[in-house]
Write a protein that binds this ligand. Sequence first.
Ligand code: FNR
Length: 380
Amino acid sequence: QNEIYNAGLQGILPDYPVDFATLEARAHEALGPMMTNYVAGGCGDEHTQDTNARAFHHWGMIPRMMVDCSERDLSIELFGMTLPSPLFMAPIGLNGEATQDRHGDMAAARASAMTGVPLCVSTLGNDPMEDVFEACGDTPAFFQLYTPRNRELATSLIQRAEKSGAKAIVVTLDTWLTGWRPRDLNASNFPQLRGKVMQNYFTDPVFRSMLDKPPEEDPKAAIFLFAAIFGQVLTWEDMAFFKSVTDLPIVLKGICHAEDVKKAIDHGADAIYCSNHGGRQANGGIATIDLLGDVVEAAGDLPVLFDSGIRSGTDAVKALAMGARAVGVGRPYTYGLAIGGAEGAAWVLRSILAEADLLMAVNGYPSLAAVRGAGVRRTG
Ligand code: FNR
């Protein structure tokens, strides 16, 4: 993992940024104003979003000495698989638009294949999920579901993912409608993107059967139908439906409250995904890293996935120390896609991993069990 840093010390400097601020600045330039507003934006005055990242600063780790850290093991067990690292790529809708060719989903899948970091494929993709899953190669991938109001269509999306080799269904709970995002309303050409990002719907046999004419002939009607059936308000009773249509593990994304963790366990969830959607849905919230400890405690043996605010390897190690099984990288890898396609996204993931690995080495944590054992301390 240290190749990046060691090469840099020898004067072989990377083509891509190694810190988030530079990455973000370069990505915004590459994305242009409309996509920048979409990716960088959050809801309200973006307080929750800012807090997510800043809150990592008031958690700290204490190093241990005289521990043999010459080899570090960053592998994890998840859904019966051994994965080489604790990172995954969080689901990002419209990733397709992050690259010039508008096939950013395929580039993300190639980055996944290159790094072994699983991709959570979003419902809102520019490319049909079958193609994206295939491009992930041997790296396992997950499917994120925005549950449509039509049960037959929801079943079809889940089962297409299962057939394509998805290893888990990640049901997003916090987005049956979109939060108040001022930047969306200011980015006047945002709606033009919409037709393109519905390929998972447009290629779906159930969705197509609900239209008079195929989406290629009458895109307006297809977009109208998409919008009309996009978001199902979910309650705990819906868990029985998800469990009845797939054998894959069901991961519930958006859970931040210990009582909801208990309910998720009672209703048969296979994993908890602690996230506040990167501050894009509800403003006035609490940074997810500040809630993770409670979620982990309530989850017991159930794996907890985590995202919102991860910007570096150090952030990732802190979340792991607090008990997350796996850590989702969101905006940073989309920025990687923007500045260098698959290679750029792979670079971002490898940099985060390299920093995490080096931190474990100098902190005397040879394994993720040691990281968790060391824990973090609140400093402010
Ligand atoms: C998202 N997120 C998201 N989540 C989801 O379940 N389905 C989706 O399609 C999307 N789309 C999406 C687009 C963009 C541009 C962003 C930034 C985020 C939320 C995502 O999975 C994750 O929770 C956040 O990105 C985490 O916050 P940070 O770390 O990226 O700030």
